[in-house]
Design a protein around this ligand. Structure first.
Ligand code: GLA
Ligand code: ZN
Length: 716
C-alpha cells in the first residue's frame, strides 16, 4: 500500500511508507464487537450537564443539540451527589429521564463515573479520604480532585457508585460508553502524601525490590544514615531538613502514578464486567505528567484528551505576569505535541473529550477565540489523528466555580459567538466521515517523552532553569518545523517503525532502554540524544562509567565535562555537514571527546572553545548523534531537519510560518490537512494536484488559505 509523508506531498514524490504509517489497527475495526460501536459511529458531541440544568429545559436542549448536528454527549461525571444523595441510597431516575430524552433525539451518551468530586456527606463521614499535599497538609473538601488515590474507603465508595451506575445503565438504549473519573491528578496538588499512600508505597516497594537489602543498595541509603531495617520505616518525600534520596523520590512519583492507574483500573474492571458492549476511556491533558499516560491508557479502549488552546494562552499570560507577547507558534506546537502524544499512546486515532468552544476560565476569562480559530483547532486535532471531539460545554453555568467557562450557549441561552462556526465544523467532519476520521497518521520520526526523565529532572533539575517539558517541547518544535509527522513515544516503545528517534534530556536511561536504542541504530536507525544522555540509571543513581554511560559505544563519544551555564552563552560553530550561522548554547553544555565519531559542531567561546559540541557516529547500519549544548531554537531546528533529511525522512521544505501540514491515510487513500494558524491569508505551493474534500474542487499549482483557514485535500 502506498503512503505519503508531508515531505512527499510537498515535493511531489510518491513513496511507499511501508509499515510506518500502516501498522496500527483502526480502533473502529478493533473495537467494533467489544464496544458495540458500529464502525461508522461518529463521536462528535458536547459535554452536557443535565444535573445543572432545570429539567424543563432538557427536551429543548436535546432538540437543539440534534439540530446542531451532534451525535453524542458526555454527562454525569460531576453528579455524584445527585446519584447517591446519601450513602448507598441511589437515585438514577433523573439520569435515566435525561438519557431517554437524549436517546429519543438520537444522541448517544457517554456516562462519566463521578469520583473526581465526592459529595459532602462522604467527606463528613469519612474525613480521612482527603489528599495530603506535598507539605504534609490535608486538602479540604469544597473544590474537586482532593481525594487520595490509595485510600481503600475512597476506592470502595467510588467503586460502589460505578457499580450501581454500570448495573443501572448496562442495557439502557442510547448509552455508548464510559469516561472513568475526570482528569486524574489534574489539580494544583497532583500527588498525595498521606499515611495510606505511605503504606501503599511500602507495599509497592516490597513487591518491586523483594528485599530491604536490595532496596538499600539501589537507593544508596547509606548516605545520611538512611539504611532501612524494616519496610515500615520508609517515609514519603515530605519536607525534611534536606532533600530526599533521589531514588526514593523517583520511586514515589512512580508509585503515585501507579496508585492513580490502579484506582482507575478498579472501576474499569467493574465496567468491563457489567457493560461489555460499551467502550471505556478517561479524559486527561496528556502533557501533564503526574501519571504515566502509557500505563493509564493501556487497558482503555481509546485515548481521550482535553484541549484548550485559548486557556493555555491565558495560562502563559499569567505565568509571564502579563508581560511579553504570547507566541502562538509556541502554543500551536505544544498543542500539536499533545495531540501527537494522544495518538501515539495506543498508536491509533484518539478522541478529544473536551474541546474549547469559547472564552474559557475559572477566575478570569481567556481571550475570545478569533473568528475561525475554533474551527481551526478542531481541524488541528483531526489533522493529528483525532477521530472525534466533544465540545466543552453545551451551555454556560450561571453558578459554581466555572461560570466563566463559556459553552455553545451563553448564560442567557443565546447562541455563543462560536456557535455557528462549530456547527459548520461538525457538518464538515460528518461529511469527511469515518473513513477519514479513523484513518492512520503518517510518521517516520519520533520524539521521546519519558516520564522517568521528567520526574527525575523535577526532583533534581541539575540547573535551576532546566525543565524537561520545556526541553521536549523545544525539540518537538524544532523537528516539526520541518513538517514531518512525529510520534511522541517512550524509550521502551518499539523503535523499528521510525527512521529517526530524538531524545531530549535523556537523563535516566536503563540498560534495557540503551539496548533498544543500540539495536535500533545497529539496524539502520538514526538516534539523536541530547545533553545528560544516560547520566542516571533507573534507580536515579549516577552511573559509574564515563558518560554517556550505557550507550557510550553507540554514540562514539565520552563526555569530557558537563557544564551548567549561568552567565554568557557560549557560541557553537557548525561544520559543513550542518552548515549554518553560529548557534548559541543556553543553560547547559556537555563537552564531548570523540572515540570514533565525527565532529559536527564545536564550542567557540568559554573555557571549552574548540571542543566538540555535536558529534555523529556510525554504528552498525545507523547513525548516533550527540547534541551536547542546549542549542538555541533556530539552530536546533536546522540541525534536526538536516539529520532527519539524512535519515531519509525529510527534504527541506519551505512553508510560510504558521502553516501546518499533516497526512492521514487509509486503504491507499491519503488526506493532506493544511492549516493556517495565522490571521492573514497565506499561499503555499501545491506540488501535487488534489481534491478539496469539502468542496469537491480540484486544486493544483498553489493553495490559498485565508486567515485561520483549513483545507483537506485527497491525493491519489
Ligand atoms: C477540565 C475539566 C472539566 C472542566 C473544564 C473547564 O478540562 O475536565 O471538568 O473543568 O476543564 O474548566
Ligand atoms: Zn494518599
Amino acid at each position: 500500500m502506498g503512503g505519503i509523508s508531508r515531505r512527499h506531498f510537498l515535493n511531489g514524490t510518491l513513496v511507499a511508507i511501508g509499515a510506518a504509517g500502516l501498522r496500527h489497527p483502526l480502533w473502529a475495526l478493533a473495537k467494533t464487537n467489544l464496544a458495540g460501536v458500529a464502525p461508522e459511529q461518529l463521536l462528535l458531541g458536547v459535554d452536557y450537564y443535565p444535573d445543572q440544568t432545570p429539567e424543563t429545559l432538557w427536551e429543548e436542549d436535546a432538540r437543539m443539540m440534534a439540530d446542531f448536528g451532534i451525535t453524542n454527549v458526555r454527562i454525569a461525571e460531576f453528579a455524584w451527589g445527585l446519584m447517591e444523595p446519601s450513602e448507598a441510597k441511589f437515585d438514577f431516575g433523573w439520569l435515566r429521564r435525561s438519557v431517554d430524552i437524549l436517546h429519543k433525539h438520537n444522541i448517544g451518551v457517554i456516562l462519566g463515573t463521578p469520583s473526581a468530586a465526592p459529595p459532602p456527606w462522604l467527606t463528613a463521614k469519612y474525613p480521612d479520604v482527603v489528599e495530603v499535599n506535598a507539605q504534609g497538609e490535608p486538602l479540604h473538601p469544597g473544590g474537586r480532585r482532593f481525594t487520595c488515590p490509595t485510600n481503600k474507603t475512597y476506592r470502595r465508595l467510588s467503586n460502589a457508585i460505578a457499580t450501581e451506575m454500570a448495573r443501572t445503565f448496562a442495557d439502557t438504549p442510547g448509552i455508548i460508553g464510559w469516561q472513568i473519573d475526570n482528569e486524574l491528578t489534574l489539580s494544583p496538588s497532583p500527588r498525595c502524601y498521606c499515611n495510606f499512600c505511605r503504606a501503599g508505597f511500602q507495599e509497592w516497594l516490597r513487591a518491586k525490590y523483594g528485599s530491604l537489602e536490595n532496596l538499600n543498595q539501589k537507593w544508596g541509603t547509606v548516605f545520611w544514615s538512611q539504611t532501612y531495617t524494616d519496610f515500615a520505616q520508609i517515609p514519603v518525600p515530605l519536607p525534611s531538613g534536606g532533600d530526599p534520596n533521589p531514588g526514593l523520590a523517583l520511586d514515589y512519583d512512580r508509585y503515585q502514578s501507579f496508585a492513580n492507574v490502579s484506582f482507575q483500573n478498579e472501576q474499569l474492571d467493574i465496567l468491563r464486567k457489567t457493560c461489555p458492549r460499551h467502550f471505556v476511556t478517561t479524559n486527561n491533558v496528556g502533557l501533564v505528567d503526574y501519571i504515566d499516560m502509557h500505563d493509564l491508557y493501556e487497558k482503555l479502549d481509546f485515548v481521550s484528551f482535553d484541549n484548550y488552546p485559548g486557556f493555555f494562552e491565558m495560562l502563559l499570560h499569567e505565568q509571564a505576569k502579563g508581560g511579553g507577547p504570547i507566541s502562538w507558534d509556541y502554543i500551536t506546537s505544544t498543542i500539536a505535541m499533545g495531540h501527537d502524544l494522544g495518538r501515539s499512546l495506543q498508536r491509533k486515532p484518539f478522541m478529544i473529550m473536551e474541546e474549547q468552544s469559547g472564552k474559557a476560565g475559572q477566575r478570569t476569562f481567556s481571550p475570545q477565540p478569533e473568528k475561525g480559530q475554533l474551527r481551526l483547532w478542531t481541524y488541528q486535532a483531526v489533522a493529528h489523528g483525532a477521530m472525534g471531539l466533544n465540545y466543552f460545554r453545551w451551555d454556560t453555568a450561571t453558578f459554581g466555580a466555572e461560570q466563566y467557562w463559556h459553552g455553545l450557549l451563553n448564560h442567557d441561552r443565546s447562541k455563543s459567538p462560536g456557535f455557528e462556526e462549530i456547527r459548520q465544523a461538525l457538518k464538515e467532519l460528518k461529511a469527511l466521515g469515518p473513513e477519514v476520521l479513523r484513518s492512520q497518521y503518517a510518521s517516520e520520526a519520533a520524539v521521546v517523552y519519558d516520564y522517568d526523565c521528567g520526574w527525575a529532572a523535577q526532583i533534581q533539575p541539575a540547573h535551576p532553569s532546566l525543565n524537561y517539558m520545556a526541553q521536549v517541547t523545544s525539540w518537538y518544535t524544532a523537528l516539526s518545523a520541518g513538517h514531518t509527522g512525529i510520534d511522541v513515544i517512550v524509550p521502551g516503545a518499539d523503535l523499528a517503525p521510525y527512521k529517526i528517534v530524538v531524545a531530549p534530556l535523556p537523563y535516566v536511561l536503563s540498560e534495557a532502554q540503551a539496548e533498544r536504542i543500540r539495536n535500533f541504530v545497529r539496524n539502520g536507525g538514526t538516534f539523536v540524544g541530547g545533553f545528560r544522555l544516560g547520566a542516571k540509571n533507573e534507580f536515579s543513581q549516577i552511573v559509574r562509567t564515563p558518560l554517556p554511560g550505557p550507550i557510550r559505544d553507540v554514540m562514539g563519544v565520552t563526555v569530557e565535562d558537563y557544564v551548567p551555564i549561568y552567565s554568557g552563552k557560549p557560541g557553537v560553530k557548525f561544520s559543513a555537514a550542518l552548515a549554518g550561522p553560529d548557534g548559541e548554547c543556553g543553560i547547559w553544555a556537555d563537552i564531548l571527546q570523540t572515540s570514533g565519531a565525527e565532529v559536527l559542531a564545536t564550542y567557540t567561546s568559554g573555557g571549552h572553545a574548540g571542543k566538540p559540541a555535536v558529534t555523529r557516529n556510525s554504528f552498525g547500519k545507523g547513525k548516533a548523534i550527540y547534541i551536547g549544548p542546549d542549542l538555541d531554537g533556530a539552530s536546533l531546528a536546522r540541525v534536526l531537519r538536516n539529520l532527519a533529511t539524512s535519515a531519509g525522512v525529510q527534504a527541506p521544505v519551505e512553508l510560510p510560518s504558521g502553516i501546518e501540514v499533516t497526512v492521514r491515510q487509509a486503504g491507499g487513500k491519503r488526506w493532506v490537512f493544511v492549516l493556517n494558524h495565522k490571521p492573514e491569508t497565506q499561499t503555499i505551493p501545491l506540488p501535487h494536484p488534489g481534491t478539496d474534500l469539502l468542496t469537491g474542487q480540484s486544486r493544483s499549482g498553489s493553495l490559498e488559505l485565508r486567515g485561520y483557514g483549513v483545507q483537506v485535500l485527497q491525493i491519489g
